[in-house]
Design a protein around this ligand. Structure first.
Ligand code: APR
Ligand code: PHB
Length: 389
């Protein structure tokens, strides 16, 4: 079966779905091909922090109602080290905030919005491949059919097929970190109103949340760690130790663990993010380590730039933004890469670090939390850099 659309989109993650809906709002047709089922993508546990700009983007697209109702707005974040907490007040420093709302909830809202407005998402699309991308009529093939389009958006995540199909024309920049995160979801009310990033002798720990009833907690572990060696009791013991304050006042609330996973830490950039009529967006083009919670937000800004490039092309024939797509996205991406690397380096115990490095790390935390100038830079990054084209 051969079908025709204007923009063929591979992948129904945040990048692909935001792009598809933004295009719809501009009167541009698209088809999204997703290898997994709807249930799978709507239940997969991923990130959970939205920059203010991402919230504004989703709201402006008409998919912000549940986010406004259920999202938890945070005006600051805590850094805990040497047994003491230090708050960074986003509202005071930059007048902005972040919202806690799980990635799978964003995906649910976007899928519902696409289907309600006649959007086409093909779930369980097998053997997806892209063809003729250096022609004006690129094609996406899948088991049982072909889609002929004007442009293809590769929004198929880090392990997708789109980047792999243009690998030879890309320069890859990569850094793999010598530690990982063991994450749990627990049925326990969050022990703090805001996120806590802890730098401890035993390793990094992060307290986050999904709702007033569900905590999301992480601890630094070895990259080759076997999850079987981490029964719940051992995880809670480490969490208690790493978040403990000197005054002994702070208490961590435990609860049944409902999900557990280990995530590797990587920085990755593919340059350029375009070849012919194939445009990469989101994790297909870049990965950041999760310290700083930037992955989903960066995927959203790529989609926003690409939607603008395509809208300009279809409405006026202008290729100005399209020609600069990769340059625009990578400029932001590298700043976010730097921020994510910096947060990661400042907060984790680095295997083999010298006593000098350890003192330098603590001094950096002391400076960042104590200096208004340094806190402001952190707050600006954390709540999201301004969107520019
Ligand atoms: N064919 C079709 N779909 C595919 C294929 C393929 N060959 N390979 C992957 N996909 C789908 C995946 O199943 C997934 O639903 O592409 C989608 C990619 O979505 P994400 O991985 O969520 O990537 P992206 O939309 O760029 O969002 C980035 O995801 O990694 C997280 O937390 C990170 O928040 C960040 C966000
Ligand atoms: C999360 O809630 O999953 C989360 C929060 C902050 C991070 C990373 C992940 O830096």
């Amino acid at each position: 079966m051969t079908e025709r659309t204007q923009v063929g989109i591979v992948g129904a993650g945040p990048a692909g779905l935001i792009l598809s809906h933004l295009l719809h709002l501009e009167g541009i047709e698209s088809v999204v091909l997703e290898v997994h089922t709807r249930k799978y993508i709507e239940e997969r546990v991923r990130a959970g922090v939205l920059e203010q700009g991402t919230v504004e983007l989703l709201t402006g697209m008409g998919v912000g109602d549940r986010l406004k109702r259920e999202g938890l707005v945070h005006h600051g974040v805590e850094f805990r080290f040497r047994g003491q907490g230090h708050r960074i007040d986003f509202q005071d420093l930059v007048g902005r905030s972040i919202t806690i709302y799980a990635q799978q909830e964003v995906v649910k809202d976007l899928v519902a919005a696409r289907l309600a407005t006649g959007g086409k998402i093909m779930f369980e699309a097998a053997d997806v491949s892209v063809h003729d991308i250096d022609s004006k009529n690129p094609k996406i093939r899948y088991r049982g059919g072909e889609i002929s389009c004007d442009f293809i958006a590769g929004c198929d995540g880090f392990h997708g097929v789109c980047r792999a199909s243009i690998e030879k024309s890309l320069t890859i920049y990569e850094r793999i970190y010598p530690f990982a995160w063991l994450g749990i979801l627990a049925q326990a009310p969050p022990s703090s109103g805001e996120l806590i990033y802890a730098n401890h002798e035993l390793g990094f720990a992060l307290l986050s949340m999904r709702s007033p009833e569900i905590s999301r907690l992480y601890i630094q572990c070895a990259p080759d760690e076997d999850i079987a060696h981490w029964p719940d009791a051992r995880i809670w013991e480490q969490l208690h130790l790493r978040f403990a304050t000197h005054d002994g006042q702070w208490k961590l609330t435990e609860g049944p663990v409902i999900q557990k996973n280990i995530a590797e830490m990587r920085s990755f950039v593919a340059d350029p993010m375009q070849y012919g009529r194939l445009f990469l967006a989101g994790d297909a083009a870049h990965i950041v380590p999760p310290t700083g919670a930037k992955g989903l937000n960066l995927a959203a800004t790529d989609a926003r730039v690409l939607a603008r490039a395509l809208a300009d092309f279809y409405t006026s024939g202008s290729t100005d933004v399209m020609d600069r797509y990769s340059e625009i996205c990578l400029r932001r991406c590298w700043k976010v890469q730097h921020f994510s690397w910096w947060m990661t380096s400042m907060l984790h115990r680095i295997p083999g670090e010298s006593v000098f490095d350890r003192q330098r790390q603590l001094a950096e935390l002391d400076y960042v939390t104590g200096s208004r100038a340094a806190s402001t830079a952190l707050a600006e990054h954390y709540t999201g850099l301004p969107f520019t084209i």
